[in-house]
Write a protein that binds this ligand. Sequence first.
Ligand code: GLU
Length: 484
Amino acid sequence: MKEVRTRFAPSPTGFMHLGGLRTALYNYLFAKKMGGKFILRIEDTDQERFVEGATEVIYDTLRGCGMNWDEGPDIGGDYGPYIQSERKSLYLPYAQQLVKSGHAYYCFCTREELDGRRAAAEAKGEVFKYDKHCLHLSPEEIQAKLDAGVPYVIRQNAPTEGESSYDDLVFGHMSFPNDTLDDMVLIKQDGMPTYNFANVIDDHLMGITHVMRGLEYLSSTPKYNLLYEAFGWEVPQYIHLPTVMRDATHKLSKRDGDAYYSDYVDKGYLTEALINYLALVGWNPGDDREFFTMDELIDVFDVHRLNKAPGIFDVDKLTWFNHHYICQMDFERYLELVTPWFDKVLAGKNIDYRRLAQLMQERTEVFNRVPDMVRFLAELPDYDVELYTHKKMKTNPDVARTALNLMKPVLEGVEDWNETTLHDTVMAAIADAGMKNGAVLWPLRIAISGQQNTPGGAIEIAWLLGKEETLRRVDDGLKRLENA
Ligand code: GLU
């Protein structure tokens, strides 16, 4: 069997859309599963849309996600160059070959002429399709215009009768009446190929066996196949992928900050969680297993299990995966990753990050939620004394007043401020006073944190805050309770 060669062919826009990342992932998984090659090609023929640094975004994202390409712009390969703008001179001769064989023709129509004809067609309620006007120019007319340097494009000469069909691995048998195909531009006035032309030439020259890409190309594919046939080239296998959506009716959107890979990285999602989840948006392993490393994905990946229905990217589900990966993570790595998030609110506050990280790891679902969860350590939030009421702990503001009055001298008396001493001293004092643990520890926790949910309990927080700050907060609590 021929070696499988897939390619990811992004346009350098400066951002990696999740749909694009998933396309890259499936291409990668399939190539690796089949023992084939995964090729990276940069499609930058649209020079107007040039974005500085955009190819680096593509490299960094793919590498960061663990998708290393076998051939590509930066590492080379036998079929380079892998950047379309560097292949510029290669396309025109192919287009000229099609002109000779009658599958394409020069078109000298100006934009104004085309706009006029489009407006006229639309006024009649018709869909405008290029009317093959220039196909009917005589060879002499064409030559004269070329000699005079009249700007031109080269268009495909699509058939107007019959139908074109192909088999897509996901969508099955696709068939389109030829009279719906327009004579698409192959070479633009600036001499650059269109995507529509370059993808065919490059996929052929690069020996691509399977073209896996977004659904938006499903209906132009018959036109590409006509080009392959005109050249006498073998048509690749097509695998079109349904769109990744936020829900049944909404696309992921740039404005809502949920469309790009970088949006998720910035929020503190882990790449491994994202890749794991993304793999399952549009594909399933055939059983209910959910957690996969990249190698495991390669192992189980099967193109026949790609879904036809749009993939719903559910952020809550991603968060669930993320939490799982954070809990599983080596502590030292967690500490390293969480430190900048602590710094956002605790920098310079003399809080022991290592201890805090131990308390936080299992509670961290997404890193961007961390600052709000630990901010109370930097500054006691304003809170309502009603927080002291807790049925199960059997406390209310009155009980809390007693509890804090009990704790104040006990804490003042602790010489060696460490968790063990604190714990033993506090527990002994509670027992001596004949109170219930919860009835003292709950109020103490509220007083020193100002909130009901905290990483760790009263003892851990007291240790993190240090003696002075703990006592200051206990005093603050007593004052609030006096006024209650
Ligand atoms: N450059 C195209 C895009 O970014 C690639 C489509 C394809 O994979 O053929 O949409």
